[in-house]
Design a protein around this ligand. Structure first.
Ligand code: ATP
Ligand code: ZN
Length: 283
């Protein structure tokens, strides 16, 4: 049985549960419990505060866990980062009051910086050879400059609206973070095998999200050109249409090249292009 720790409520909760669900893992009970067993996969889910997850994974109370990379680095526990999950993206940044004339990192010298991320901030300042004072506080970091507690802050930012409403501007990005899957370094052989199975599922969900299934009609004299830009999983499927001289082409395209490919397909005379989401993709 593999024990996975996830946040019990907060910004990581919804997407963590959604990921398990997309992996076909169904949980027995609601989220108000401390733990829930899956009835169709050998996994047990523990609901915890995100800050405690690295410690629990390190101690082996949980085998694996989902946390923000920011929390993983701040707690600095010796556990493995096994997979970048791509949700809960944010950055850890330094911000100063809008009125401050900020030109370079040198301007941080001698300042008092409030943060809940003193480990990451200290390492960053040391690397950059900046001597500044770190003032560790436990929450509401963004109000620190306004009440005279600090000259600057180091905190998580996503849209920047919290900084804006507190009269602050982002001046340095220290870390780009996202949710990650972490694991204890000494998993049993049995649990390693379950983790491998879980990773195969996570990967297929993620790959599917990055790809679309595409079906289109094309004139036969353009099929060679079209096949070149639509490689698909191996190569496209081509089926003749009833109308002479035309074929139906089925393939898979990556989200990143999507619009480029559509434009080229149109140039090659493709018609009736249908694009559909893929639920799972095992490559
Ligand atoms: P807990 O009660 O579990 O300690 P928390 O208040 O510390 O929760 P949340 O605010 O739910 O934590 O954030 C969890 C994680 O979500 C963060 O560690 C970070 O990785 C990510 N995150 C994404 N965007 C933001 C943001 N704008 N502000 C804070 N965290 C963010
Ligand atoms: Zn927390």
């Amino acid at each position: 049985m593999l024990k996975i720790a996830i946040q019990k409520s907060g910004r990581l909760y919804e997407d963590s549960i959604k990921l398990l669900k997309e992996c076909g893992i169904e949980l027995n009970n609601g989220n108000k419990q401390l733990k829930a067993a899956a009835f169709n996969f050998p996994i047990e889910v523990y609901f915890l505060r995100d800050d405690d997850i690295p410690q629990y994974v390190y101690d082996g109370v949980a085998d694996i866990g989902i946390v923000g990379e920011n929390v993983l680095l701040e707690t600095a526990k010796d556990i493995d980062l096994v997979y970048r999950l791509g949700f809960s993206k944010c950055r850890l940044s330094i911000a100063v009051p809008k009125s401050v004339d900020y030109n370079s990192i040198e301007d941080l010298k001698g300042l008092k910086i409030a943060t809940t991320y003193s480990t990451i901030l200290q390492k960053y300042l040391t690397d950059k050879k900046i001597n500044a004072e770190i003032h560790e506080i436990s929450g509401s970091v963004e109000i620190a400059p306004g009440i005279g507690l600090a000259d600057a802050i180091c905190d998580l930012v996503s849209s920047g609206s919290t900084l804006f409403t507190n009269g602050l501007k982002e001046v340095e990005v220290i870390l780009k973070s996202e949710a990650v899957l972490t694991a204890n370094k000494n998993l049993s052989t049995e649990n390693k095998a379950i983790l491998e199975k879980l990773l195969l599922r996570i990967n297929s969900v993620k790959t599917a999200k990055n790809n679309k299934y595409i079906v289109l009609n094309a004139p036969n004299d353009q099929l060679k050109n079209i096949a070149k830009i639509l490689p698909g999983a191996k190569s496209p499927t081509i089926v003749p249409l009833v109308e002479a001289g035309w074929s139906s082409v089925h393939s898979v395209v990556n989200e990143n090249d999507f619009w480029d490919i559509i434009e080229k397909l149109k140039q090659f005379g493709a018609e009736g292009i249908l694009v559909m989401p893929i639920e799972k993709m095992i490559v």
